[in-house]
Design a protein around this ligand. Structure first.
Ligand code: SF4
Length: 420
């Protein structure tokens, strides 16, 4: 235990209202996941007869030491956690209280990052209640700062960026840069697609500037690049200049989208079976867009265009997607995630996030078969997709490798895919 001290936490203000709904939840936190049990929790369980029997449900991950460092819960054949009772409530918590849960179980669905040493909190949208809270927000989501008593060390998912890359003096600039991106995502005076395309253009600008030969690897120069790109786009947005002058107008090409969707279909299909609700959405994507039929190219395109016309009538969905994108870009510390080790890091991270957004949007188009999409359906789709995505590292890797493929690695191509 640490001495209780106050520390600043950056968080989305909506998260304050989060409450787990326990046995009323349509999923449980742990179903089908590899639930890690940390060494201090194993030690705590070992210390008493009433809890040491919990260990029979563990699979030791690192057995190279006399004292196991880490273990996973061995799930039951149906994917359920053996610690759930008949009402889907956790027996460990019921019998011994919150303190006997592993760190993962205590913190889920909350997730923490460190950005220039500042702690940030977001949520996993794999939790249905967190997904409802974030995605159904009507007012623009806000980022807030609060003081929190620290009683235990945080488990940090991402600690970015490394200090030797930027140096301490640039924290404020880095924050300003992320705020600009968040403002663009919530700029409702332009279409959501154009907001994304604008962020893509900013990412490309950053990469172009960062790769100039005269930029040395020192932190100062890199941070100057961020400041100059920030100033350029901030001025542009403040001037109320017509953004159409910088957002390219590209031809509508349903054919390009359908070809790319067939590639995506092969990647997603095996993973879609991991979650019953998502697998239904995926089947709907395939049948709605007729991806599994011998339809002619003309028939596929005409079907797609008519579904998309129906989809565009659903203004409620734009708000849900805006909230999803806002949370995603905040949670993934865009555009700082890959700066240490990638070429074209900003555009790559952008493409990686946008691929998920594209996929979700195409599922929604497929759902628009002569009907309005109910908001709860869209939320359920995003939540169940997130569950499948977050559960599988190999799924994440395969999707990421698609962003390096010829089909998806350029901004113009992405613009065509994003346009409605
Ligand atoms: S997934 Fe969310 S709402 Fe459901 S049991 Fe877990 S924390 Fe509670």
């Amino acid at each position: 235990m640490l001495d209780e001290e106050l520390s600043t936490l950056v968080s989305l203000t909506q998260l304050d209202a989060f409450q787990c709904i326990g046995s009323s939840c349509e999923d449980t936190c742990c179903a089908g996941w590899n639930v890690q049990i940390d060494a201090p929790t194993i030690a705590k369980w070992s210390s008493s007869e009433s809890t040491s029997h919990y260990k029979k449900h563990l699979r030791i991950v690192d057995s190279g030491n006399l004292v196991p460092q880490e273990a996973e819960i061995q799930l039951e054949k149906n994917g359920n956690c053996p610690f759930l009772d008949a009402e889907k409530l956790c027996k460990i918590q019921k019998e011994n209280g919150h303190d006997y849960l592993s760190h993962v179980c205590r913190s889920f669905p909350r997730s923490r990052n460190s950005f220039f040493g500042m702690r940030e909190e977001s949520m996993s949208l794999a939790c249905p209640e967190a997904a409802r809270l974030i995605l159904n927000a009507v007012e623009p989501i806000e980022i807030g700062f609060k003081e929190e008593k620290v009683t235990q060390p945080d488990v940090i998912n991402m600690n970015l960026p490394s200090r030797d890359l930027f140096g301490e003096i640039d924290v404020a600039n880095a924050w300003e840069f992320r705020s600009l991106i968040m403002k663009i995502i919530q700029n409702r005076s332009i279409t959501l697609e154009n907001r994304l395309i604008l962020i893509g253009i900013i990412s490309k600008n950053l990469d172009d500037e960062l790769s100039r030969p005269q930029i040395d690897k020192s932190s100062v120069d890199k941070s100057k690049v961020f400041v100059s790109v920030y100033n350029k786009f901030k001025e542009l947005l403040d001037s109320n200049q017509e953004l159409s002058s910088i957002i390219p107008s590209l031809p509508d090409s349903p054919k390009t989208k359908l070809i790319f969707l067939k590639t995506l279909f092969n990647v997603v299909a095996p993973y879609s079976r991991a979650h019953q609700r998502y697998s239904q959405f995926f089947k709907n994507l395939v049948s709605g867009l007729k991806l599994d039929t011998n339809s002619t190219e003309e028939e596929l395109i005409s079907n797609y265009v008519s579904l998309r016309t129906q989809y565009l009538k659903n203004s409620n969905i734009t708000l849900i997607l805006e909230n999803y994108i806002f949370h995603l870009f905040f949670k993934e510390l865009f555009p700082y995630q890959s700066l240490d080790n990638e070429t074209a890091p900003c555009l790559k991270q952008f493409l990686n996030l946008t691929l998920r957004i594209f996929l979700i949007k195409e599922h929604l188009i497929a759902l628009s078969n002569d009907k309005d999409i109910v908001s709860s359906e869209a939320v359920s789709l995003i939540q169940s997709f997130t569950r499948v995505y977050e559960h599988s590292e190999s799924f994440q890797k395969e999707l990421k490798s698609l962003t390096n493929s010829n089909n998806f690695n350029s901004l113009p191509h992405l613009c065509i895919l994003l346009q409605s």
